[in-house]
Design a protein around this ligand. Structure first.
Ligand SMILES: Nc1ncnc2c1ncn2[C@@H]1O[C@H](COP(=O)(O)OP(=O)(O)O)[C@@H](O)[C@H]1O
Ligand SMILES: [Mg+2]
Length: 305
């Protein structure tokens, strides 16, 4: 496969009078294949936006190299800009424009037709809001409009910087469907997010970023498999004596307290069968490792948003 993006040893330090030096991006390298859904996952301040802005050609790195569709994004090239869609923050809309006026402004910028603009409003489910002023849209509607604006030029490559931040869960799920469909159309998508489950649900591969560095890159499934973590099975209190729990654990871990017995097992099939035979499945919870555990493993600290 051709690389849509190749990034090699990017460096960016911000210097402020009050903040001093901040190494926002500290030796970042990664590669995104054409057609891939690639995620950059990290807590606030990790350096996701700075990385994205450098890759998009909006910001100049102090060091390192970027190849975007085989070209350098810096200095700015209009030919390259036509091939990529950058989702702008919803706050940069002209709030007195209607939804239709806003997207037609973008369409003109990309040399796209009004019909294409209308088609994009349809795709993001905003056709019935065409005459509404942008300032009257809900948070989720504004995000969908900003994605429509990024897509109106029919780009090969789409950059989405935390598109679901501050949305309620329902609006977030709706956007997931939209993002999936953009990728299904064959476009390469680069998404930044600080939501673990979002990265897990959407991305073919995820780069885990913290403090300006990428600590791991792989598919969510491979990252989780690499942990080789046990399955955790929790049985509500009152269904098993401590003694019986120890027996069922067959040498693996079983920790009891007033509320529950928690097993850690490498053989969930055996343990769950035994618990079923015991009649101890009420209120049972089974938890396998997830990206949160991967983050803990690579950073040595808990995930905090
Ligand atoms: N324009 C800027 N000037 C100075 N510091 C900045 C600027 N933008 C970001 N930073 C700092 O750089 C670090 C990385 O920020 P950012 O790239 O926005 O991370 P993220 O998008 O992961 O939250 C943070 O410590 C942030 O405070
Ligand atoms: Mg950011």
């Amino acid at each position: 496969m051709d690389a849509a993006i190749e990034v090699n040893d990017l460096q960016k330090t911000y210097r402020g009078r009050r903040t001093g030096e901040v190494r926002a991006v500290d030796g970042v390298s990664f590669r995104v294949e054409a057609g891939e859904f690639f995620g950059i996952l990290g807590p606030n301040g990790a350096g996701k936006t700075t990385t994205l802005e450098i890759v998009e050609g909006l910001r100049r790195p102090d060091g390192g190299e970027v190849r975007l569709l085989g070209q350098s994004p810096w200095p700015h090239s209009p030919a390259l800009s036509q091939r990529m869609g950058v989702q702008l923050q919803a706050s940069s809309f002209f709030e007195f424009l209607t939804v239709r006026e806003q997207i037609e402004t973008f369409a003109e910028l990309y040399g796209a037709s009004r019909a294409r603009a209308a088609e994009m409003l349809e795709q993001v489910g905003l056709s019935d809001k065409a005459r509404t002023r942008c300032q009257k849209l809900s948070g989720g509607q504004q995000q969908r409009l900003s994605i429509a604006c990024a897509l109106v030029g029919d780009p090969e490559l789409v950059f989405l910087d935390e598109p679901t931040a501050a949305l309620d869960p329902q609006a977030r799920r709706n956007l997931w469907d939209l993002m999936r469909s953009i990728n299904d159309e064959g476009r390469t998508v680069v998404l930044t997010t600080h939501y673990m489950e979002e990265a897990e649900a959407l991305c073919d591969r995820v780069a885990i970023m913290d403090a300006g560095r990428i600590l791991a890159v792989d598919s969510p499934a491979e990252l989780i498999r690499g942990l080789d973590a046990p399955t955790r099975v929790t049985v509500a209190a009152g269904q098993l004596s401590e003694e019986r729990a120890k027996e069922l654990a067959e040498g693996e871990t079983a920790a009891s307290d007033d509320e529950a017995v928690v097993f850690e097992t490498r053989d969930p099939q055996r343990l769950l069968t035994a618990l079923a035979a015991e009649g101890a499945l009420d209120g049972l919870a089974v938890r396998t490792a997830n990206l949160e555990d991967v983050f803990l493993n690579v950073t040595g600290r808990e995930w905090r948003e």
